[in-house]
Design a protein around this ligand. Structure first.
Ligand code: ACO
Length: 375
């Protein structure tokens, strides 16, 4: 019997703090007209104290989970696609796993920049279709505002913070994930990078003074690359899935620049109405941009059961790719009882986590916390 991977839950979380173009024009030499005409961005969300990639990711995942009939313990895989992880290690996904109380889930981060959500969705869907797992959560989450040089007008106007999540479930009914194409071109790895803080250039006073822990980008090169691969990846994934362009109800592109999306639409000869665009309110939220746009498209009734939806992205790496979904779920209110049960499970997961930390502390007192030295 064939197995399929259906998207059954979706959720998003963005910080409350809105940073407008007008406010930015007081920080750097820019203005609203320039930003809107060159990018389509009017405002973006910025994480505040207490908010981080993991907290936004967990909020989005809990909202996605609340739409399903799953308990956190039913999840077997959590992937957090992010370019702004909580730490180099541990993985942000492990922190999310602990917050959700998803105690049976493998958890890892995926580094493919803005294409990360498509990479993650593809990986989880294939794992479900192969029969390795039943349920997964894929999250795209970013706090790129923490990695921006706020004196560099060519990058600080572009990025914003947020998270979006999909729950994937195994099913014998056709639909859900149909096909994906994933690509990388490492020859362009220097075009968009945070040079320092890794093993190649560890943190030092010099790297901090030279601002090497912030995003450095060759905007024009990325722009040219993006306009090429957005259309070619869409065509390629449609050929692979056997779906005609005319049968695609909605394209959800990575929200990097409205002009890039318009160029893709022109190249594909599709009207802009067939593209989901919300860049004006969130800016470029990297791996979170597609799931956030998807959540808003569902809320606006732009995705209905039976629709074919293309997700397409490009990003640092350089990475690029596309994915086709046949939508199967309907937007319906979440019963309060279900929210209650899930909150209870999450609460129990937190209690369990605290007990484990406490037990580790006790073991440390009994056995000592230092490793044994050879005499
Ligand atoms: N305000 C006013 N002027 C500006 C600003 C600004 N914020 N930024 C640059 N300029 C100036 C430049 O200095 C330049 O002036 P000059 O002609 O006197 O030298 C002029 O505007 C034009 O600059 P360009 O870089 O040619 O502007 P362009 O039209 O290419 O737009 C942009 C720049 C918006 C960055 C565009 O190149 C772009 O969107 N590129 C793609 C970036 C992208 O998508 N990155 C994310 C990838 S996803 C990921 O993995 C995170």
């Amino acid at each position: 019997m064939n197995r399929y991977a259906h998207v059954t839950g979706w959720g998003m979380a963005v910080p409350d703090r809105v940073l407008t173009n007008q406010e930015l024009s007081r920080l750097v030499d820019t203005n609203d007209d320039w930003i809107v005409s060159r990018t389509g961005i009017r405002e973006r969300r910025i994480a505040q104290k207490g908010e981080s990639t993991a907290t936004l990711a967990a909020r989005a995942a809990l909202r996605a989970l609340a739409r399903t009939d799953l308990r956190p313990t039913d999840i077997q895989m959590i992937i957090v696609a992010t370019a702004s992880p909580e730490h180099i290690f541990p993985a942000t996904a492990c922190i999310v796993q602990d917050t959700l109380g998803a105690t049976n889930a493998a958890a890892f981060d995926l580094s493919a920049a803005c294409t990360g959500f498509i990479y993650g969705l593809s990986l989880a869907s294939h794992s479900i279709r192969a029969g390795a797992i039943e349920n997964a959560i894929v999250i795209g989450a970013e706090t790129l505002s923490r990695l921006i040089n706020w004196e560099d007008r060519s990058t600080c106007i572009l990025f914003g913070d947020g998270a979006g999540a999909f729950v994937l479930q195994a099913s014998h009914d056709p639909g859900g994930f149909l096909a994906s194409v994933l690509h990388a071109d490492g020859s362009g790895s220097n075009l968009l990078t945070i040079p320092a803080g890794g093993s190649r250039m560890p943190a030092s006073l010099e790297t901090v003074h030279k601002n090497l822990h912030t995003i450095q980008m060759n905007g024009r090169e990325i722009f040219r690359f993006a306009t090429r691969v957005m259309a070619s990846s869409t065509r390629e994934v449609l050929t692979r899935s056997g779906i005609e362009l005319d049968d695609v109800e909605l394209v959800i592109p990575h929200q990097a620049n409205r002009r890039i999306i318009e160029a893709a639409a022109r190249s594909l000869r599709l009207p802009m109405e067939r593209f989901m665009v919300n860049i004006e309110r969130y800016g470029n939220t990297s791996s979170a941009s597609i799931p956030i746009a998807a959540c808003e498209a569902i809320e606006q009734g732009r995705i209905r059961p039976g629709d074919h939806v293309v997700l397409v992205a490009f990003g640092a790496g350089l990475t690029y790719g596309a994915l086709v979904l046949e939508w199967v779920s309907t937007e319906r209110p979440i019963p309060p009882a279900r929210r209650g049960i899930q909150r209870l499970f999450t609460f129990m997961g937190r209690v369990r986590s605290l007990l484990r930390r406490f037990w580790r502390h006790i073991e440390g007192l009994i056995w000592g916390t230092k490793s044994h030295k050879k005499r």
